[in-house]
Design a protein around this ligand. Sequence first.
Ligand code: 5GP
Length: 176
Amino acid sequence: MSGSRLGRILVSEAELNARVGELGRAIARDYAGESPILVGVLQGAFLFMADLIRAIPIDLTTDFIGVSSYASGGKPSGQVRLVSDLSMPIEGRQVLIVEDIVDTGLTLSYLKRNLEARHPKRIQTCVLVDKIERRQVEIELDYVGFTIPNVFVVGYGFDYGGLYRNLPYIAELEAA
Ligand code: 5GP
């Protein structure tokens, strides 16, 4: 997508604020008294994670995990690699994975399998954006911010070539 440019705004700053607040309230209600660990998936989810945890007024801890998806010929190959691991064990903990986007579902299903092998009490998922049309593997999502069509998005943590993460809204990236 070289020579690409910013297209229409799909999710505005106000819509993000409102929806992240709703997700936070739902999570706070469901996890009251549980002291969950929220696991943010790097890099894309760091911004969502920062806003989300401030909307969850219960005891919680945070950690991050980094994964990279191998691409071949510009398409996801289905191979996912751990590039940075959690800093703490999660055995016996209530884990909530905080992910920016689910597209084919391959990354999140790899992560769930990887974390399940560490014997947490339970794993749930909170995803800001769901591109459900592109799903290749079935995966259960517990909290979803927005469902969007099959377009490439940038902003609010989403990048293209490392750029655009700092936009306060989510926009479509168009070929110029
Ligand atoms: P998966 O296909 O495994 O569900 O998603 C793989 C990864 O592709 C996501 O974690 C995300 O980093 C990236 N991705 C998928 N769709 C988009 C998109 O529209 N914009 C950006 N910036 N990244 C995306």
